[in-house]
Design a binder for this molecule. Structure first.
Ligand SMILES: Nc1ncnc2c1ncn2[C@@H]1O[C@H](COP(=O)(O)OP(=O)(O)O)[C@@H](O)[C@H]1O
Ligand SMILES: [Mg+2]
Length: 355
């Protein structure tokens, strides 16, 4: 097939840009990063390249994967069932030879879906580290639309590159594809891109897992969804998961809150993602370090529903938890919620009656 013949045209510098060094938590590519990719594809497509040349280039060096225990690629806190699915896949790759000897193969493709911030990208990174493979993580927006008519070929090149390296291929935020469809900027190119993606998924050899992630399952082409062997829907963390995430976040810091504050935080953060919880802690911890604010107070202040005075239930619940779990006085609760101590007292009573 034509696409296959052109597979080794992926430029070394692109690989460097899109290779997540398994272990280093990395932000999404910036605008300038994307522009650079577009430019590099254009440049490199213009001249023939040989695999040997790329290997010799220091730019093509891929950081060796880090071990499972590495602090750099922490495992996400997942619900027990979800964790089991991931553990099984890791086990399958570690025991790959035994599976193959029996005519089987490890799970080739995994789809992760769920709201933003629940740990999909983190799961990709951790899984790659645990199976001991480098991760090539890319967002389709990095390869689509960068050059008219080139997207499908860029995508094929990426697949070829991942196959060549035996790397985990992470297609992050593939819902961007669906959004593209509404843009109506080039329907033909879009169709080619999706067709290529379907073809590439089918011929993915499974030396390492291919993982796709989406924030918007509803926007995903059902044909695409069906192509994945395993589909894991990650949800909002429940209470024990939020406690574990908090523990994980604080284990990276030199400051620690009281157990009561942790319990209160866990109680008032229903519906909060791991990402938001992490951000909340970091925000509060910065205040504690820079403004000499006691950490416990800074944390509760960050979690207090101050900005939503209309959400009375949230304020009542917070007040009750602050009083009964964190053991705070009405005066302090009033300060946290930005109201008088008598108002705080009423809120706490109503919240406790509700609970
Ligand atoms: N389940 C989780 N366990 C631990 N940390 C999490 C979890 N989910 C999110 N986080 C924190 O939030 C950050 C962003 O999460 P990310 O994996 O990018 O979410 P997603 O890809 O689902 O949008 C992570 O790097 C981590 O610090
Ligand atoms: Mg993500």
């Amino acid at each position: 097939m034509i696409l296959r013949d052109r597979a080794d045209e992926v430029p070394a510098r692109v690989r460097k840009l899109v290779t997540t060094q398994a272990g280093r938590r990395r932000a999404r590519l910036s605008e300038s990063g994307r522009a650079a990719i577009a430019l590099l594809f254009a440049e490199e497509a213009a001249r023939p390249s040989r695999t040997e040349d790329r290997r010799a280039s220091p730019r093509s060096v891929v950081t060796p994967p880090v071990a499972e225990s590495s602090e750099d690629a922490p495992a996400p806190v997942l619900a027990a069932d979800d964790r089991r699915v991931i553990d099984d896949i890791v086990h399958e790759y570690r025991q790959r030879d035994r599976l193959i000897a029996s005519g089987l193969h490890p799970t080739r493709t995994l789809l992760l879906s769920g709201p933003p911030g629940v740990g999909k990208s983190m799961t990709m990174q951790s899984l790659a580290a645990r199976v001991g493979r480098p991760l090539i993580r890319v967002e389709p927006t990095d390869v689509i639309g960068s050059l008219l008519g080139e997207s499908a070929r860029s995508l094929s090149s990426l697949f070829a590159e991942a196959r060549h390296q035996g790397a985990v291929l992470g297609l992050d935020e593939i819902d961007a594809l669906a959004k593209r469809r509404d843009d109506a900027y080039d329907v033909g190119e879009f169709k080619r891109f999706v067709t290529t993606l379907l073809v590439e998924l089918d011929r993915w050899p499974g030396d390492a897992p291919l993982i796709a992630a989406t924030n918007h399952l509803d926007l995903l082409d059902p044909a695409l969804e069906r192509r994945f062997e395993v589909h894991l829907r990650l949800g909002f963390p429940d209470k024990p998961a939020r406690a574990a995430i908090l523990q994980q976040v604080f284990s990276d810091l030199t400051l620690a809150p009281s157990p009561e504050t942790v319990a209160a935080l866990v109680a008032v953060t229903t519906g909060t993602t791991g990402a938001s919880l992490t951000a909340l802690v970091h925000r509060a911890a910065r205040r504690a370090v820079l403004d000499d604010e006691p950490l416990d107070r800074a944390l509760l202040l960050a979690a207090a529903p101050r900005d939503t005075p209309s959400d009375r239930r949230a304020r009542e619940q917070f007040a009750a938890v602050a009083r009964d779990t964190a053991g705070l006085s009405s005066r302090i609760i009033g300060e946290l919620l930005g109201c008088s101590h008598t108002a705080a007292q009423r809120l706490a009573q109503a919240g406790a009656a509700d609970a």
